[in-house]
Write a protein that binds this ligand. Structure first.
Ligand code: PRP
Length: 202
């Protein structure tokens, strides 16, 4: 089978999970983008691109639940995993109340989730799409607040930022190509059962 595993913070846990489920990942060079074993192919896209790879090529992928929601790809998501736990929050260097953000600038790499969240509250905000180091945006003044991930809270503390409100909890999820779900039904279901067995062992 073909697996899409994200580079970055979910990579190690994802590889451990595959190994425990009997998939040989055999990774010996971190800069290589694709690994081939006897039976499987494992590719390593950027986290935000995992749903696109699973929609268009891989059979199975692992990504954050936020990434799945943000990208709206045509994939099946059968299983929540027990790692990658963090939250998506509104953050600033000023003690804003949510309503104070009306008409202000919000920087994020999650524009879709941010837009929907504020729209439901009837608060108009101007969204600026950034791709990383979000904390720099309020500090430099290019945005009034950010919507970003908090895991340990260390980045916030180091940059004197405040969590204004949590938008959602996040965890890693397993995603499956919708066509593979039909054409490789037994293989994929066996794999999901193996993963479930491994998750309960943790
Ligand atoms: C994420 C997020 C925060 C940090 C939060 O960034 O954007 O910067 O992690 O984690 P913490 O609460 O444990 O400090 P990431 O490390 O993925 O890098 P990037 O922003 O440079 O893409």
């Amino acid at each position: 089978m073909k697996f899409a595993i994200p580079r970055g913070r979910l990579m190690e846990c994802s590889i451990n999970l595959l190994n425990k489920a009997g998939i040989n990942t055999n990774i010996n060079d971190e800069r290589k983008l694709v690994f081939y074993s006897d039976k499987d192919i494992i590719m390593f896209p950027k986290p935000m691109d995992i749903p696109a790879y699973v929609e268009h090529n891989a059979d199975i992928g692992i990504c954050g639940s936020d990434v799945l929601l943000e990208n709206k790809n045509y994939v099946f998501s059968p299983l929540k995993l027990n790692f990658g736990k963090c939250r998506l929050s509104i953050i600033s260097n000023k003690k804003y109340k949510i309503r104070d953000l009306y008409d202000l600038k919000i920087a994020t790499r999650h524009p879709e989730i941010t837009y929907n969240y504020f729209r439901k509250l009837g608060i108009n905000v101007n969204i600026i799409k950034l791709n990383g180091s979000l904390e720099l945006a309020p500090l430099t003044g290019i945005a009034d607040a950010i919507v970003d991930i908090i895991e340990t809270g260390e980045t916030l503390r180091k940059n004197n930022l405040i969590e204004i409100k949590k938008i959602m909890d996040i965890s890693a999820v397993l995603i499956v190509n919708r066509i593979s779900m039909k054409t490789k039904y037994n293989e994929i279901n066996n794999f999901i059962d193996n993963i479930k067995g491994v998750l309960y062992e943790y």
